[in-house]
Ligand binder design. Structure first.
Ligand code: IPM
Ligand code: MG
Length: 354
């Protein structure tokens, strides 16, 4: 097959990890006899510096015309001045909205080789395999914002249709898994959550009677994620709760640097990014963990290109390298920690010979 992929390195460690994601795509391209055309474009602070805009029109149109987008990270202290009229993060939010990628899949799978990188005890980590589905184009991220000298407002709004489509994605994913969905909300306080909860009950009763649906309040969910993580199968939630819970869940795997994500729209074209941020503290030092981005490239192969075999091959290469003891600093590399490039080399060396 031929596919057009846009790579958006962005800011901080974004360019370092994106380069390795692209290299991984090139490596599997050779394996499978496919042709990927990969073009780079600007987003975030890098785009602000070059064009004054966080999502330049050229980037928006390149992404709209692509089969998939692989993004590094956006943001950094250089562009964080509260009085700045444009912020890097807005470029990412605008891109998510422009592509209509409402369903953000964030798989959280623990691996025995990494148990020692997690602050939790190994017996809690065994068998953890959670698919978090985060609503990505609605809620408080996209509501009206206002700011006065002594007040500020962020409005959280959801339409029933926005809730239904992401719940449907969760239900469909659960059918390919262990058939259990936990819907997370704050229905004891928030009106949007009460709409979310009743929509979930109605939708699962009519469309997914074969799936077990449970509701959890977000504060309790945060606790249960640590006390009984192996009980979860699919967890679906609104935008901001999903942002927070997945950073928490990354500690089950061992590091924020390990977690990939896929943001999908109705056509399953998608935006793929590690869930970590731009990590300005380690940017430019070549020590960032490339696993989250390489695993995001695997999700890209699976969900947007339909190349399941190659996705699995790439995922297996990551875990083979980790199992063989190759580590960046964030996953316990210690004094012999590998840098970004060396870690990616170790992963690519695990791929079958083309
Ligand atoms: C994420 C990030 C983004 C988000 C930021 C950079 C806007 O934290 O993808 O999880 O909050 O969605
Ligand atoms: Mg986040």
């Amino acid at each position: 097959m031929e596919a057009l992929i846009v790579a958006l390195p962005g800011d901080g460690i974004g360019p370092e990890v994106t380069a390795e994601g692209v290299r991984a795509l090139r490596a599997v391209e050779r394996l499978g006899g496919h042709r990927f055309q990969i073009v780079e474009a600007l987003i975030g602070g890098a785009a602000i510096d070059a064009t004054g805009e966080a999502l330049p029109e050229a980037t928006r149109s390149a992404c709209s015309g692509a089969d998939a987008v692989l993004l590094g990270a956006v943001g950094g202290p250089k562009w964080s001045d509260p009085s700045a009229s444009v912020r890097p993060e807005q470029g990412l939010l605008d891109l998510r909205a422009a592509l209509g990628v409402y369903a953000n899949l964030r798989p959280v799978v623990t691996h025995p080789a990494l148990y020692d990188a997690s602050p939790l005890r190994p017996e809690r980590l065994a068998g953890v395999d959670i698919m978090v589905v985060r609503e990505l184009t609605g809620g408080i991220y996209f509501g009206k914002k206002e700011r006065g000298p002594d007040f500020a407002t962020d409005v959280c709004t959801y339409q029933r249709g926005e809730i239904e489509r992401v719940l449907r994605m969760a239900g469909e994913l659960a059918r390919q898994r262990r058939r259990r969905v936990v819907s997370v909300d704050k229905a004891n306080v928030l009106e949007t959550s009460r709409l979310w909860r009743s929509t979930a009950t109605t939708l699962f009763t009519s469309e997914f009677p074969d799936i077990e649906l449970e509701h959890l309040l977000v504060d309790a969910a945060a606790m249960h994620l640590l006390s009984r993580p192996a009980d979860f199968d699919v967890m679906v939630t609104e935008n901001m709760f999903g942002d927070i819970l997945t950073d928490e869940a990354s500690m089950l795997v061992g590091s924020l640097g390990m977690l990939p994500s896929a943001a999908l729209n109705q056509e399953r074209r998608g935006l793929y990014e590690p869930i970590h941020g731009s990590a300005p503290d380690i940017a430019g030092r070549g020590i960032a963990n490339p696993c989250g981005t390489i695993l995001s490239a695997a999700l890209l192969l699976r969900h947007s290109l339909g190349l399941e075999d190659l996705a699995v091959v790439l995922e297996q290469a990551v875990f083979a390298a980790v199992s063989a003891g190759h580590r960046t600093g964030d996953i316990g590399g210690g004094a012999t920690a590998l840098g970004t490039r060396a870690m990616a080399d170790a992963i690519l060396a695990e791929l079958p010979a083309g």
